[in-house]
Every structure is written in C-alpha cells, then in structure tokens.
Ligand binder design. Structure first.
Ligand SMILES: Nc1nc2c(ncn2[C@@H]2O[C@H](COP(=O)(O)OP(=O)(O)OP(=O)(O)O)[C@@H](O)[C@H]2O)c(=O)[nH]1
Length: 302
C-alpha cells in the first residue's frame, strides 16, 4: 500500500461537533484548543492514522457571522485555512438543519469555486428521526455539489469510521507529514510554540517578529507530573540573535518566564521551558516551501 498524507479542514458552526469528531478519529489526547492561537491561519486539532494514511485535522478558527472588522478578518483567515486543505468536511447539526450560519458557510463554499473535495457530515443523527435526515440531505445537496454525504454521530460513533476511511483514501499520495512519535502531542507542541512566539512579539514590538519562528523540539513528560519543553527560536541573522537574547540575556529570560507561566496555567501543571536561539538564514525560503505544502501555521504572522 502507498502511504498518503494530507490536511482535512473541519468546518461548521460552533458546537457542530468538530472537537468530538476529531477526538473520536484520533483516539488519543488531543483537541486541546485555546483562543490564543485563533489568529493563526489553521491550527492542528489532531492527527489520525488510517491504514497507510496520515490524516491531519485542521481547524478553521471561527466561521461565524462577522460583526466587527476583526471578525471579518478572522472569517477570511478561516477560509484561508480551508483553502489550504486537501479535503474539507462541512459539519451540520441534524436537528438544527440549514441555519443562517450554515447558509453563510454554503455561500463561502460557492465562492471557493469548483475543483475541491468537500464532504458533508450531518452530525448528531442520534437526535433526530431518520425521515428528517433524508430531507436535509437532499436540501443540502441541492445547495452544493458535495463529493459525499455522511450521516454520523460523533458522540456515539455512528458513521465515524466510514468517514475516516473515506478521508484516508482521498488524501494525496506521499510520505507522512509528522513522525509517529509526535502525533499525540502535536497540538500541544504547536500551542506551546505559539505562546512563546507571542511573548517574543510583545517584547520585541516591531523589531523582528516577522522574521522569527519558534518550534517545539522536544516534549518530555516527567514522573513528578511536570513536563520539560525544549524550544528553538530561529532568527535570520546573527544580529537578531543578540536582540532576542537582550542585554545579559534579560529579554530571553523574560520571554521564557512569561511563556512558561502561560503554559503552566494552560496545562494546569509545572513546566520546565528551555529556549535556545539559532540563526537560520534561509528561514523565509523554507517558510515559502512550507506554505506550498499548506503548512502556513508554522508561523502565526498571517
Ligand atoms: N447528541 C449528540 N451530541 C453531540 C454529538 N457530537 C457532539 N455533540 C455535543 O455537541 C457539543 C459541541 O461539540 P464540540 O465537539 O465541542 O463542537 P465544536 O464544533 O468543536 O465546537 P467549537 O469548538 O465551539 O466550534 C458537545 O456538548 C458535544 O458533546 C452527537 O453526535 N450527538
């Protein structure tokens, strides 16, 4: 069998069941989401394995009704995340049907144009009678040309395995995107990196933020319940390294403290955070390579 890997964007109104579905498919501790990372283009909810396929579920931060300017920007970002995905799954709540919010998402999908794989997952089927489902399926398929319709209950599990198998087959052939031993804590690694990057941005103001990136290199659970997190901060030039470190290392110390405190609060336990600064002149080029792969969430500067 050939290996496959790719991104699946789950879209739908708040409460549609996206986290529940991800948890079911991934089957491990995942879907730890924080509002802190809402500004990134797409965040990883979790990574599932099915046969030889690696399915990376990405979230689109809040496809809700835009009221203010900021909201509009976020909605645009949400669609951006979906645009990078190989497959999009629209989740609609069976008992609520085509709400105003769903209408808006359907309009967004139409604006996307054709040529992408979009599946429909009618969720929470345990809440309605089956006759109702047929009508809803028909109405939704008249509105958009879905590649496939699934009737599922993310909570009870109905139909979820079938959907997962279908998704696995739709992904492009290619090597896995993440090493197997990192899959379980990948969302956490990314959230932690995002927290450090945010602290650096706050501290350095306009100076550098667009030219640095943070990666969580190592994540180690300790017996005493704490965890040890090693992160690398990549900058473009030697001079930038000095700025990030600060006079006698005071900048990096302050950043490290602030990021650690936030991470501890988020995790509810003790964290040992170690930051290291490295110069990587080709970083911007690499970043472009990543975006071609749909990996734009590597930096949060969108
Ligand atoms: N009855 C029933 N409830 C479900 C099902 N799937 C999810 N829920 C419930 O719906 C609520 C929302 O589910 P989430 O998975 O948090 O929804 P979400 O789409 O991730 O929500 P946001 O992160 O706010 O966008 C939770 O209380 C779930 O337990 C289902 O199949 N049946």
């Amino acid at each position: 069998m050939t290996s496959r890997a790719g991104f699946v964007a789950l879209i739908g109104e708040p409460n549609a069941g996206k986290s529940t579905l991800t948890n079911r498919m991934v089957g491990a501790k995942v879907s730890i989401v924080t509002h802190k990372v809402q500004t990134t283009r797409a965040r990883i909810r979790g990574v599932a394995l099915e046969g030889e396929s690696q399915i990376v579920f990405v979230d689109t931060p809040g496809l809700f009704r835009p009221r203010r300017r900021l909201d509009r920007a976020m909605v645009a970002a949400a669609w951006g995340g979906a645009a990078d995905a190989d497959v999009i799954v629209l989740m609609v709540e069976a008992h609520r049907g085509i709400t105003e919010g769903v209408e808006r998402i359907l309009e967004g999908l139409e604006d996307f144009g054709t040529g992408r794989t979009v599946a429909l997952a009618i969720n929470k089927i345990d809440k309605v009678q089956s006759e109702k489902l047929l009508g809803l399926t028909k109405d939704l398929n008249e509105r958009y040309n879905f590649a496939e319709t699934f009737m599922i209950s993310a909570e009870k599990g109905h139909g979820a395995e079938h959907l997962k198998q279908w998704l696995a087959e739709k992904l492009p052939e290619g090597p896995w995107l993440y090493p197997e031993d990192q899959i379980a804590d990948l969302p956490l690694r990314m959230i932690a990196a995002e927290m450090t990057r945010e602290k650096l941005t706050l501290r350095l103001h306009q100076e550098l933020p667009y030219q640095l990136t943070v990666e969580t290199e190592n994540w180690e659970e300790r017996k005493d319940g704490s965890c040890k997190v090693d992160q690398l901060i990549y900058v473009m030039r030697d001079g930038h390294k000095g700025i990030v470190l600060g006079n006698k290392g005071e900048t990096i110390k302050a950043v490290s403290k602030a990021a650690r405190e936030e991470l501890e609060e988020f995790m509810g336990r003790k964290v040992h955070l170690f930051l290291q600064v490295k110069v990587r002149p080709n970083w911007l080029e690499e970043k472009e390579r990543y975006s071609e792969m749909g990996l734009d969430f590597r930096d949060g500067n969108k």
